[in-house]
Design a binder for this molecule. Structure first.
Ligand SMILES: O=c1ccn([C@H]2C[C@H](O)[C@@H](COP(=O)(O)OP(=O)(O)OP(=O)(O)O)O2)c(=O)[nH]1
Ligand SMILES: [Mg+2]
Length: 150
C-alpha cells in the first residue's frame, strides 16, 4: 500500500457519501462518487463533466491513476466515460472530475453520491526516445491491424 495525499473538497465525502476506499481486499479500483447536489438527468448520447468532491496529489512521477467505467452501469445502462479513460497526472492537484457519457438511448438519472466510475493506481515507466534509422527486424515487422486474421 502507498500513501497518497487526499483533500476532501466536498464535506459530504466520508459522511453522506462513502470515503474513497477499496470495497474489499481484492478490489483493484476505488469507486468515485458524484458530488452533485440534485439529481442530474443525463440525456441520451450526452456527456457531462461531474465533480467527485476530492483532490489527490500523487506526487511520485512513477505513479499515475486512471479513471475507468464501472462494469455494471457501463454494461447495463451505457454509462461510460466521455474521454474513454481519464488519466490523472502525478502533479495534478485539482478536483478529480469524471466525464460521464450516456451512450444509451434513454435518459439516465445520476443521483448525488452515486458511485459513477472507479480510479485505479498504476506504475508508470518513463522512456527516452532513441532515434535510429532502422530497426533490427522483428517477426511482425510493420504488419498489424488484423494482419493475423480474425
Ligand atoms: O477524467 C479525467 C481526466 C483528467 N483529469 C485531470 C487530471 C489530469 O492530470 C488533468 C489533465 O488531464 P489530461 O492530460 O488527460 O488532459 P489534457 O486535455 O491533456 O489537459 P492538459 O492540457 O491540462 O494536460 O485533468 C480528471 O480530473 N479527470
Ligand atoms: Mg495533458
Amino acid at each position: 500500500m502507498k500513501n497518497i495525499d487526499i483533500k476532501i473538497i466536498d464535506s459530504r465525502i466520508g459522511k453522506n457519501f462513502p470515503f474513497p476506499t477499496y470495497f474489499n481486499k481484492g478490489a483493484a479500483g476505488i469507486d468515485l462518487c458524484v458530488c452533485t447536489t440534485t439529481n442530474l438527468y443525463l440525456k441520451k448520447n450526452t456527456t457531462q463533466l461531474l465533480p467527485t468532491g476530492i483532490a489527490i496529489f500523487i506526487k511520485n512521477p512513477e505513479i499515475s491513476a486512471i479513471i475507468i467505467p464501472r462494469s455494471g452501469i457501463g454494461h447495463k445502462h451505457g454509462i461510460i466515460l466521455g474521454n474513454s479513460i481519464g488519466l490523472i497526472d502525478s502533479d495534478y492537484q485539482g478536483e478529480i472530475m469524471v466525464s460521464v457519457w450516456n451512450r444509451s438511448d434513454t435518459i439516465f438519472c445520476v443521483k448525488p453520491g452515486m458511485r459513477i466510475a472507479q480510479i485505479v493506481f498504476l506504475p508508470i515507466i518513463k522512456v527516452n526516445f532513441n532515434i535510429v534509422t532502422n530497426f533490427s527486424l522483428s517477426c511482425r515487422g510493420g504488419k498489424g491491424f488484423g494482419h493475423s486474421g480474425y
